[in-house]
Design a protein around this ligand. Structure first.
Ligand code: 8X3
Length: 248
């Protein structure tokens, strides 16, 4: 067994995932960077002396490949792959888009957790850290599909913590608010850069991926008996989902 502690980060090709892979490598972990876009994770893995594994969390066969690559022992799993795919009101929302959001944000977390749990258990000291959202805490107009999915991520996390109580596996959720990344809002608005930029309009300092990654590395480096159940992290300018200080 390797003496180096190992971590898997899903959705590691960009944003919070890539930043978390870097932060965990900085904290001494060997990081397995998992994502669909192999070119991106390969260069990231090279940069942080980690390992790249192409993985689509919505595909059970692909998740099985990830589990094989990880092997018998794993210390930290960051279930980060996820995203928002629309901003439509409930009345007009497309059920398939909602299904896709549930698939990646909830079922993706389920699949990867199930596949890697034996290796996590085998480490004797593990952490499963699910990346949720403040959208998993509250409802907002146009957010129904994404908020429903992120509420699902939250409840999955809470359930798992109850079910694994007594085992050497900690279960945490980090719930970020407004984080400016290259892709989150752009994906949500189908590539419309003007709409994506408007999300951060006048907000001098939204969080950046590194702020969330820093908190993820902190959670992962607490002593083994300390379980951070949940950590809500927002920019100072965002007191609540609807209360954002904007300078115009
Ligand atoms: C992202 C937070 O406000 O876009 O997970 O729902 S929000």
């Amino acid at each position: 067994m390797s003496v180096l502690r190992t971590a898997v980060v899903t959705g590691a090709s960009s944003g919070i995932g890539a930043a978390s892979a870097r932060a965990l490598a900085g904290a001494g972990f060997h990081v397995v960077c998992a994502a669909r876009r192999s070119d991106r994770i390969e260069s990231l893995a090279q940069e942080i002396a980690g390992t790249a594994v192409a993985c689509d969390v919505t595909d059970p066969a692909s998740v099985a490949t990830l589990a094989e690559a990880v092997g018998d022992t794993l210390h930290v799993l960051v279930n980060n792959a996820g995203g928002a795919f629309d901003a439509d009101p409930v009345e007009l929302a497309d059920a398939e888009t909602w299904r896709a959001m549930y698939d990646v944000n909830v079922l993706g977390t389920l699949r990867v957790t199930q596949a890697l749990l034996p290796a996590l258990r085998a480490s004797g000291d593990a952490l499963i850290l699910n990346v949720g959202s403040t959208a998993g805490r509250v409802a907002y107009e146009g957010g129904g599909g994404y908020t429903a999915a992120k509420h699902g991520t939250k409840v999955l996390t809470e359930t798992l913590r109850l079910e694994l109580c007594g085992e050497p596996v900690r279960i945490s959720e980090i719930a970020p608010g407004m984080v400016r990344t290259d892709e989150f809002a752009l994906v949500r608005f189908g590539g419309d850069a003007a709409k994506a930029d408007a999300v951060y309009d006048g907000v001098a300092e939204p969080l950046v991926a590194e702020d969330v990654a820093d908190a993820i590395a902190w959670i992962a480096t607490r002593p083994s008996h300390v379980n951070i159940d949940e950590l809500v992290i927002r920019p100072r300018a965002q007191a609540a989902q609807h209360k954002v200080h904007r300078v115009t």
